[in-house]
Design a protein. Structure first.
Length: 271
């Protein structure tokens, strides 16, 4: 089994460590590093046998996941260069750091990953792109490591941007939409509390997804199955259509992709 290095134990780095171990990777096969000694001690206490050390020590692992902010990525990579070679395998989760950015400093194996917070519960889609040094065995190793995260979807790096809005950004966007529905519903009752409305929404949303998965129904088919002609649901759908939600989501994609492009340009200027 490959040894794993994780540099950075923030929200995503910590989640990845949890899921690797949940998926069967022995704690002793992982070396974790972070600038926060207290957090490192917490993970070491949670997972007896977990190796901890400096960034350089973690970088000596077979696969090294660098889980830091894009602005910190180059400094970390330069710091660990003495421990790397062209046969090293870097896993990069910094959204605006490209494969080419990494290769400009060390021409090694590079896997770019876009994780999602929903992997905490073993669901969701982790996006992945590989450089041309990655072998079929390397891909198999990554697939095995991420089996406990949900689905792993390989895409060309150029397709990661729009897909990220659906998968990694998605939970925040979808939660906002549900929150707005809950706030609107709250105006029409004096007896039902916010927590109860939230529970109904979550259960119905989860049930709708489960229905689509179990029956292979499309979203349009589910709408047609509920919105009978002349009925109340149809009226609700018409109200949303009148507001042109498609234009709202077009604007959402346009703004997030433009912001992503600006951030990527800023990151590229550092390399």
């Amino acid at each position: 089994m490959k040894s794993i290095g994780i540099i950075g134990l923030g929200s995503m780095g910590g989640m990845m460590l949890d899921r690797f171990i949940a998926g069967g990777t022995p704690a002793g096969n992982i070396c974790a590093a972070t600038h926060n000694p207290q957090k490192l001690a917490q993970f070491a206490a949670r997972y007896p046998g977990l190796k901890t050390g400096s960034n350089l020590e973690a970088a000596k692992s077979d696969i090294v996941f660098i889980c830091v902010e894009p602005g910190q990525f180059k400094d970390v990579l330069l710091e660990i260069l003495p421990a790397l070679s062209e046969s090293s395998h870097i896993g990069n989760i910094a959204s605006t750091v490209t494969i080419a950015n990494v290769e400009s400093l060390i021409p090694c194996k590079v896997t770019k990953l876009v994780p999602t917070i929903t992997s905490k519960v073993g669901r969701g889609v982790t996006l992945v792109s590989y450089n041309d040094k990655i072998t079929p065995q390397d891909k198999q190793d990554i697939s095995g490591l991420f089996a406990a995260f949900g689905q792993l979807q390989e895409l060309p790096e150029g397709d990661l941007a729009y897909a990220t809005e659906l998968t990694s950004c998605g939970p925040g966007l979808y939660a906002y939409i549900l929150g707005q529905i809950a706030a609107a519903a709250q105006k029409y009752t004096d007896t039902v509390g916010e927590a109860e409305i939230r529970r109904w929404l979550m259960e119905t949303f989860a049930g709708t997804i489960a229905l689509a998965e179990a029956t292979n129904m499309t979203f349009d088919e589910i709408v047609s199955g509920v919105a009978t002609r002349g009925g109340i649901t149809e009226e609700g759908v018409r109200a949303m259509a009148d507001m042109d939600l498609n234009a709202v989501f077009d604007a959402m994609f346009r703004r997030t992709l433009e912001k992503r492009a600006r951030n990527e340009e800023k990151t590229n200027s550092m390399y």
